[in-house]
Design a protein around this ligand. Structure first.
Ligand code: FES
Ligand code: FES
Length: 159
C-alpha cells in the first residue's frame, strides 16, 4: 500500500509556532490532541454537531473537528490551554468554577472558549446574548443555567 503523502504546515498555537507534517485529511482537533498533546480540546461528535471541540482561529471560535489542519497553515490557534495567563485563570474559567457550571466537564472547554470570545466582542452581554453565543454547544449534563450565570458574572468581573 502506498504511504500517505504528508504536508508541512506551521501553525501558531497558544503563541508558539508549531511546525507539523501531517496527512491532508487530518483535522485541526486531531492534530491538537494527538500531535501536540493539547487534550483540553475535546472531540465528542466529531461531525460539527456539539461544539465540544471549539478553539479560536485568529480569535474567532471554530469547531476544530470540522476544519482540516492544513487550512490552519499560517494562522493562529488558541486552545483552552492558552486562555489562562500563567497561573491566573481567565475570568470565564474562574466564574465557571464559582458558579458550578460544569459536571462531567466534557463540553466545558468549548463552552469556555466561546464564552471568552463573546466577552472579547461584547464585554457587557445580557443573558440572551450569552445564550446566542453558546447556541450549538451541547451539554448532556444540563449545566446551561449555571453557564449563563457564570458568563454574566465573568463580564461583571472584567468590567
Ligand atoms: S466534536 Fe466537534 S462539533 Fe462535536
Ligand atoms: S458538563 Fe457534562 S456535557 Fe456538559
Amino acid at each position: 500500500m502506498a504511504t500517505p503523502t504528508k504536508t508541512a504546515i506551521t501553525v501558531t498555537v497558544n503563541g508558539r509556532p508549531r511546525h507539523l507534517e501531517l496527512e491532508a485529511r487530518t483535522t485541526l482537533a486531531e492534530v491538537l490532541r494527538d500531535g501536540l498533546g493539547l487534550t483540553g480540546t475535546k472531540i465528542a461528535c466529531d461531525r460539527g454537531a456539539c461544539a465540544a471541540c471549539t478553539v479560536w482561529l485568529n480569535g474567532r471560535p471554530v469547531c476544530s473537528c470540522m476544519m482540516l489542519a492544513i487550512d490552519a497553515d499560517g494562522q493562529a490557534v488558541t486552545t483552552i490551554e492558552g486562555l489562562a495567563q500563567g497561573e491566573a485563570l481567565h475570568p470565564v474559567q474562574e466564574a465557571f468554577i464559582e458558579h458550578d457550571a460544569l459536571q462531567c466537564g466534557f463540553c466545558t472547554p468549548g463552552m469556555v472558549m466561546s464564552s471568552a470570545a463573546l466577552l472579547e466582542r461584547d464585554p457587557h452581554p445580557d443573558a440572551g446574548a450569552v445564550r446566542d453565543a453558546l447556541a450549538g454547544h451541547y451539554c448532556r449534563c444540563g449545566t446551561y443555567p449555571h453557564v449563563v450565570a457564570a458568563v454574566l458574572a465573568a463580564a461583571e468581573r472584567k468590567s
